[in-house]
Design a protein around this ligand. Sequence first.
Ligand code: AMP
Length: 285
Amino acid sequence: MQEISAYLRRTGKKIGLVPTMGFLHEGHVSLILAARDECDIVIVSVFVNPAQFLPGEDFKAYPRDLSRDYHVCKAAGVNYIFYPDAKDMYGGDYMTYVNVNEISDKLEGKYRPGHFTGVATIVLKLFNITKPDFAYFGQKDAQQAVVIRKMVKDLNVDLNLRICETVREENGLAMSSRNTYMSDENKSNAAVLYRMLKTGKGLVLSNEYGTSKEIRKKMKEYAETNCPECSLQYIAITDNSNLKKIINIPEYEGEVLISLAAYFGKTRLIDNILFYKKNERLNRI
Ligand code: AMP
């Protein structure tokens, strides 16, 4: 792959990389199509990265089907699928890890310590192997996007990042390879997450609430009333660069990220909504 990419770059081709863990769905396809629009060559990596799973998580159970992925990639116009083996990526006496401090320990990082070290490490390795001009990630994994953006900036990685919008089912459920774990009933229940996020966004923009604590409480109540099967793990209202909690809602101006994790049965889902908020008080003056 490194040789192919080096050759492609020498011959002036623009390379787009879409890193995935496979079991591709329309969310992944939207990234592939964005890459096709901008690049001459699209590489999709398919690698279930052991380094980003904690002991007891679903590394073994994670859905895998390369021939299905192959057909999805072919139909979407992908040029190369990079499908390495865990031994190729971490074989021998592997020792080096990338840690984006502070932001990796927040939100998801609190519940999945070490997860983002695994993510940043594999993503940098994939960048070095495929040498992309552009790399495509989904807003679906909001914190991952923040961590990768910071890594690219801090380590002067020479490429352009594109963060693409979350693709959802008709009922609002964000597409995810992990949705295959859920029953139809769970999937329709899980649509509550997006409704909750939209409710939260409305409350933030209404300026009727002084603190994010009140808004988180309202969102939780919404879930409890509308979907008792939803077991919320956290809701966070933060900025989108350092994931700092927004305490004083009316005074805040900038991008607002509301993110959450919840269980439906044994399946853990994450989702988020990102939007811009003006400081109405400032703008009135
Ligand atoms: P994954 O295979 O789940 O690791 O995801 C690979 C890439 O696809 C990541 O950048 C994800 O954020 C992105 N992605 C996953 N689901 C969606 C979705 N529903 N909409 C947009 N992008 C997504």
